[in-house]
Design a protein around this ligand. Structure first.
Ligand SMILES: Cc1cc2nc3c(=O)[nH]c(=O)nc-3n(C[C@H](O)[C@H](O)[C@H](O)COP(=O)(O)OP(=O)(O)OC[C@H]3O[C@@H](n4cnc5c(N)ncnc54)[C@H](O)[C@@H]3O)c2cc1C
Length: 522
């Protein structure tokens, strides 16, 4: 059972720790002296008054039951925004001005469908809420012009509906969080293999509608590539998509829902392709002289069709920070770049793939640093450090993009230059997290001493980096999605005709415009 997420931080409250003295020393070596920043207590968070009239709350209670329409302060605070750094900074400062009027917890497709239609009839804005881990403002709906706003919390919908062992598919309800879904699937001998860094708290429905990518997506595929069928409740009726694994029956409407971020309908069931639980998992460290040489090796591997299950590469600074002994910061030694490779399967498959990949990486200039026993167990720890750094006034945030191999070197430099231009002298770390035959994603982590409350400081830097991404031919997002934060750049990326298509779909499926207003559609 996953513990409820901390109300104002990332993750499991039991895992909250102050930064260690050595990490603090490392950070101070880069940004100068830092100091503690207090955060408000839950009781001191300022909530707007409940805007939904009593008769409308009564209408919702009639649909899902009295116990499942929550209007208490804590429930409203816990459903305010997502977990981007600006989201965290606002809630830590006591600002819950985007809180929903009520949290509504339906059970099953039919209840969801009734709530969706009711919201459309009553002009109540509805924000689907899975794990609440959005980092792009996906849970911050526009409020003006509506009779109120509800968060549609899907966490009562946690069934493994069916497993088809012959076709190797499983149908899951959307409110299952990553570990809950894996536990149910493992009991059937199968796995999704989807492990984003938010695995502990993100939901199956959220993965589908944001086109999530996991740390083992090289081997298992991005979430949008493992979805085979979807059940969706929209204001104008239900959609059942994916009657066959693939077909030529016109454009694939599953693609309209994946990436729809709650703006076109509420996903109530997701059928995914599963694999047998791998008995053997091996993760290994490799080192390359430089980031671009490591990237070239990844490209060669992927284009030769021999990519392992996990394939990631840190740039020089990320490698140094991850491996650093604080006393060595600033020393001349050049650690090169760390690559993680991972193999999952039966012993024979793991041995065969590892030997082929190892021979190729050695030929491409890599040196093995040996097996890393702890990589998998520590892979969800990073986000906890962000809160601990915010506690001492260090702003930390991430951003990501994707482009073709030929554009990677320029994109990498341009984003770093834009961030430095906006933030002065930030720490900018980067890794390649996902690799395709034709290109790869770049994932940046940025840290800088906080200026004021840090929010305007970050929004300016993010805008500069987003401009640089679009100018360099990258996509505004590889896997975080659009939400509200990326909308201006999405419009540039898909152009006016693309925007018209999104608007037309939105207008037809959601004529009253109640589904996540202001999210996704420019
Ligand atoms: C620390 C951290 C690490 C992260 N690491 C990764 C990563 O490695 N890879 C990655 O891809 N992402 C990552 N993310 C982003 C985030 O976890 C993903 O976007 C995730 O897929 C969101 O799932 P969720 O259940 O939390 O969705 P939510 O945040 O609840 O919702 C996201 C959007 O989807 C809509 N929505 C949710 N459920 C439904 C539904 N059933 N039907 C219709 N609309 C719905 C919401 O309205 C919202 O617009 C990370 C986020 C954090 C905070």
């Amino acid at each position: 059972m996953t513990s409820p997420m901390h109300w104002s931080r990332w993750g499991d409250p039991a895992k909250v720790h102050p930064v260690s003295a050595s990490t603090r020393g490392l950070i101070e070596a880069f940004v100068g002296p830092v100091e503690e920043r207090p955060t408000v207590a839950l009781d001191d968070v300022a909530l707007p008054p409940i805007g939904l009239a009593g008769d409308l709350l009564g209408g919702l209670r009639a649909l899902v039951g009295d116990d499942h329409v929550l209007t208490d302060d804590e429930s409203r605070v816990r459903h305010t925004r997502g977990k981007s750094t600006p989201d965290l900074l606002r809630i830590r400062g006591g600002d819950a001005s985007d809180a929903p009027d009520a949290v509504v917890r339906p059970q099953g497709h039919d209840e969801v469908a009734r709530v969706v239609r009711w919201c459309s009839d009553e002009r109540v804005a509805l924000v689907p809420f899975g794990g609440g881990t959005s980092v792009v403002g996906g849970l911050v709906a526009r409020r003006e012009g509506y009779a109120g706003t509800i968060a549609l919390d899907l966490t009562r919908m946690k069934r493994l509906v069916a497993v088809d062992h012959e076709s190797m598919t499983a149908t899951l309800e959307p409110g299952l969080l990553g570990p809950e879904a894996e536990a149910l699937l493992t009991s059937e001998g199968v796995t999704l293999g989807h492990h984003p860094q938010s695995f502990e708290y993100a939901s199956i429905g959220g993965f589908a509608v944001t086109r999530s990518s996991g740390q083992a997506s090289s081997g298992y595929g991005r979430f949008d590539s493992i979805v085979v069928a979807l059940r969706v409740a929209t204001p104008i009726g239900d959609l059942e998509l994916g009657q066959s694994p693939s077909n030529a029956s016109g454009p694939d409407l599953r693609e309209l829902i994946m990436g729809s971020e709650g703006a076109f309908g509420v996903v109530t069931e997701v059928t995914v392709r599963v694999r047998n639980v791998p008995p053997v998992k091996v993760y290994e460290h490799w080192r390359f002289p430089s980031f671009l040489e490591g990237a070239a090796a990844m490209r060669a591997l992927k284009q030769a069709g021999i990519a392992p299950t996990v394939l990631r590469l840190s740039d020089e600074l990320e490698t140094m920070v991850n491996l650093a002994d604080p006393s060595s910061v600033g020393a001349e030694s050049q650690p090169g770049c760390l690559m993680v490779t991972g193999y999952e399967g039966d012993q024979a498959t793991v041995d065969r793939e590892r030997s082929v990949v190892s021979a190729a990486l050695s030929d491409l200039g890599g040196t093995s640093d040996g097996i890393d026993e702890s990589w998998a167990s520590g892979r969800y720890d990073g986000p906890y450090l962000r809160d601990s750094l915010l506690d001492i006034g260090v702003l930390v945030e991430t951003l990501e993009t994707v482009t073709y191999w030929s554009q990677i070197p320029a994109l990498y430099e341009d984003v770093k230059t834009a961030l430095a231009g906006s933030l002065g002298n930030p720490i900018v770390l980067c890794h390649i997290s996902h690799v395709y035959e034709t290109g790869c994603s770049l994932y940046f982590t940025v840290a800088v001493k906080m200026d004021g409350d840090g929010i305007d400081q970050w929004l300016a830097a993010k805008a500069a980096a987003s401009d640089a991404i679009i100018a360099a031919g990258g996509s505004i997002t590889h896997h975080h999605g659009v939400g509200t934060d990326h909308k201006p750049w999405l419009a540039q990326e898909i152009g006016p005709v693309g925007v018209e298509i999104l608007r037309a779909v939105k207008d037809r499926l959601d004529p009253a415009g109640v589904l996540n207003p202001g999210v996704l559609v420019p």
